[in-house]
Design a protein around this ligand. Sequence first.
Ligand code: AP5
Ligand code: MG
Length: 222
Amino acid sequence: MTVVVLLGAPGAGKGTQAVLLAEQLDIPHVATGDLFRAAVRDGSPIGLEARRFMERGQLVPDDITIRMLLDRLNRPDAVGGAILDGFPRNRAQAEALDAALADDGARVDLAVDVEVPKEELIRRMSGRWVCVESGHVYNESTNPPQIAGRCDIDGSELVQREDDRADTIRARLDLQLASLQDVIDHYARTGVLRRVDGLQAIDAVAADVLRVVRTATPPAGG
Ligand code: AP5
Ligand code: MG
């Protein structure tokens, strides 16, 4: 089982990199933000609850988040591991993940922190467009779709995320960076933290992420 955690501030490029890495490692990309957005779209009880926090840029309470994430990891496609994007977001979530993995004789193999300065985060989130069908991510200046307003992968319409409004972007950065630092410190303590320069172009970041992953985790079957 290979468990890789992608860490980074809002807008750092976790989702962009997780998709590329999931293809390389052939394990699922599990993003709590995507799970919450799907729940909001479905109008499920988790979605109704989560939306109140997401629209204010706050973290959704741990009990809901941890249960949802562990349910997802228990699905059959994650038996070989997963790339976690957006989880854990604070120390309690990191410890809950460690405990759940330990029950299965597993652990977080690697935590990769994608480092990007704050001004660039704001620029990236302000220019982000995602597809309505599956949340595939684009950027109007750094990563545009081939046809304006359409997803390259599934052809669905591109929209802006509700939490990418200027005031919510600011709130997310103000409210979430301290607990991200706690998670970074947690993985530094357990010895699995690596950092990559997220300010590079998408391909260059992907190459660095793959390099640290290959160094830390044995290839499948090996
Ligand atoms: P979530 O969906 O996880 O949002 P986030 O952490 O704020 O991160 P983003 O998705 O905004 O950014 P990203 O790092 O994925 O960047 P992306 O690849 O899109 O969470 C949303 C909300 O859900 C939270 O605020 C919270 O309320 C709740 N939530 C989620 N998980 C939770 C948890 N565990 N606990 C509690 N609450 C939780 O890239 C950004 C943009 O930059 C894109 O336009 C992209 O095309 C572009 N880009 C990417 N890489 C590059 C590059 N190298 N160069 C130039 N442009 C780039
Ligand atoms: Mg994301």
